[in-house]
Each structure stands twice: as structure tokens, then as C-alpha cells.
Write a protein that binds this ligand. Structure first.
Ligand SMILES: [Mg+2]
Length: 319
């Protein structure tokens, strides 16, 4: 049976799964690894190791080659064939050391190999190589996440950008249609923003945009709805599972909050208002009326109606 050994040393970020059918070798490996500060879980064969791995992710696997039920090669191949969120560094333990065997092991997906009898120093050195690779992978992933975030957000306000809207809204529309949900969008534009820039300068204008976005984010379901800086002082909110009536309530709340909020930029109080245009569809809306362009055009049309009728107001309509 599998055996879990609680580590007593300071937490190591790389728990190790051992698959080894020989009890003596298994105990020896556990002892060395625990001494090295690792959290260790052991299995007596490949199948048991795979079951443990499927329940809990292990970044490092030390597996014997020859084992009953599922051998190390099959274990390697199965893990490589499954899509793991993070990379698994696999070291194959083997008494075999002919070049052909090593090639078979590496081709099966092992990253490295160790020949028995195990040499402590060599084991720790190989583990360190694995840890370096895993650390590299994790920093690469972090960097990619950062790049992805930068590519979909507006640097000034932290809102999503138009590229993200173009990518996500069509998907959101399809999803809403498939599951018979409503979907609404709110277009909003800061009133007389040009005057803010002209009177106070562009730096103050940027501060106002930042504060405006912050105020908006605080006023809606930030985990569900999403805010896009559409361009300049124009913003767009996408509200999944919300009909036009619900979106109008949100827009009215935002309008009220913004008109009452005094934005303080370098000690100067600045009051702004915004105009809103709301558009949306419900499950009953005919298919041919619904599209990305139709939604945006209609919300834009209502936004300009709000502007023409005196600003600081919400205008709406269904598709
Ligand atoms: Mg064996």
C-alpha cells in the first residue's frame, strides 16, 4: 500500500512521488529525500503511483523501471500523454545501463535516469537539476501570464482593452445564445472630457480617467461583469446573464455614483458626469438581430441620444 510520510524539515516546494517495488530501495530513497527536506509519497508500483498522481500533483517523480502491474516506462508514457498543468520532472531508476535502455527510457518521457545502486550525492545532484528546470518553467509561466495580462489590458486604467473585447464578446454572445441567457452591454462616455484636458492638462485628464475606471469597478459585479476602455474617455461594460432592464439599473447606479463623486486630483476637486447607452438581448430575441456589431452600434446610438438629450443620463433599448 502507499505510504505518506510527513516531512518535519522546512517546507520544500517540490514534493516527490516514488514508485519502487523493492521495499529496501524504497525505504532508502525515502530516507535520503526526507533528509533532503522533501515531502515524499511512495507507491509500490506504477499503477499505484499513477493513482496517487491523479489525486495530487507531484512535480517530481522518481520511478523504478521494472515493477509489477505498471512499469516505469508505462508510467512515464501515461503521465506525458496526460495534460498536466505544470511540468513533471521524471527520473527513471534502473539497474539497466546499456545505451539502448537509456534511450528507451528517455523516449518514453523520462528527463533523466539513475542507475542502481543509488548514489546519494548523484541522486541529490540530479534532483537539483530537476528543480532548476521546474523553477525555470514556473518563472517562464509567470512572465507569460504577465505578458498576456499586458496584452489584454489598458496600461492607464487597468481595464480590459479593445482587443480583449473583440476576442471575448463574440464568445460571450455565442455562450448566451447556447444557454438561453440574456446579455447586455453599457457604453459610457465621460461628459465634456475635452474640457478637463483643456483646463487642467492631460496629466490631470489621465488621473480623472483612472479615478473614473476605479469608481466604475467598485460599482458593479467585478467578478462577473467586465469593463473595457474602448478608447479615449469611452468605456464599455459587458454584463452576462443580464437583460436590458437589469443593465439600466446598473447604468443608473453608475451614473449617480459618478455624478456625486468628487475626483480629487492634486488637491483640486473635479466633478464629472457621464452619459450611457444600453443595449441587450434576451433568449426570445430573434437570432438575426444579434451580432457583435449590432450590439455595439445600438449601444453607441443610445449613448449619443443621451448626449443629445443633455448628457448625464441613461438611454436604452433591446435589440
Ligand atoms: Mg523493480
Amino acid at each position: 500500500m502507499s505510504q505518506e510520510i510527513k516531512e518535519k524539515k522546512p517546507k520544500n516546494h517540490f514534493p516527490i512521488l516514488i514508485a519502487e517495488d523493492n521495499a529496501i530501495t524504497r525505504k532508502l530513497l525515502e530516507k535520503i529525500l526526507i533528509k533532503g527536506g522533501h515531502e515524499v509519497v511512495s507507491a509500490e508500483n506504477g499503477r499505484e503511483a499513477l493513482e496517487l498522481f491523479n489525486k495530487n500533483f507531484f512535480p517530481i517523480i522518481l520511478t523504478d523501471w521494472l515493477m509489477p502491474e505498471m512499469n516505469g516506462i508505462e508510467l512515464c508514457k501515461t503521465i506525458r500523454a496526460s495534460s498536466t498543468e505544470r511540468y513533471v520532472f521524471i527520473i527513471l531508476l534502473t539497474a539497466k545501463d546499456s545505451k539502448d535502455d537509456i534511450v528507451v527510457g528517455l523516449e518514453a518521457g523520462a528527463d533523466d535516469y539513475l542507475t542502481k545502486p543509488i548514489n546519494n550525492a548523484e541522486l541529490m545532484a540530479r534532483l537539483n537539476t530537476g528543480k532548476r528546470i521546474l523553477e525555470l518553467e514556473s518563472s517562464l509561466k509567470e512572465a507569460n501570464k504577465e505578458i498576456k495580462l499586458l496584452s489584454i489590458t489598458d496600461p492607464l486604467t487597468g481595464c480590459y482593452n479593445r482587443g480583449y473585447l473583440n476576442e471575448q464578446l463574440p464568445q460571450e454572445i455565442r455562450r448566451a445564445r447556447r444557454y438561453q441567457h440574456s446579455l447586455s452591454i453599457i457604453f459610457c462616455d465621460i461628459d465634456h472630457f475635452k474640457a478637463v484636458n483643456d483646463i487642467h492638462g492631460h496629466q490631470v485628464g489621465d488621473q480623472v480617467l483612472k479615478e473614473f475606471a476605479k469608481c466604475m469597478k467598485e460599482s458593479f459585479r467585478y467578478d462577473v461583469d467586465w469593463l473595457i476602455r474602448y478608447g479615449g474617455e469611452e468605456f464599455l461594460i459587458v454584463l452576462p446573464e443580464t437583460n436590458t432592464k437589469g443593465a439600466v439599473l446598473t447604468a443608473e447606479r453608475l451614473r449617480g455614483t459618478i455624478s456625486q463623486r468628487e475626483i480629487n486630483v492634486d488637491g483640486k476637486p473635479i466633478n464629472i458626469t457621464a452619459s450611457f447607452g444600453v443595449s441587450g438581448f434576451v433568449p426570445e430575441t430573434p437570432e438575426d438581430r444579434i451580432s457583435f456589431d449590432a450590439m455595439l452600434n445600438q449601444a453607441d446610438k443610445y449613448l449619443y441620444q443621451s448626449k443629445n438629450e443633455g448628457r448625464n443620463r441613461v438611454t436604452c433599448g433591446d435589440l
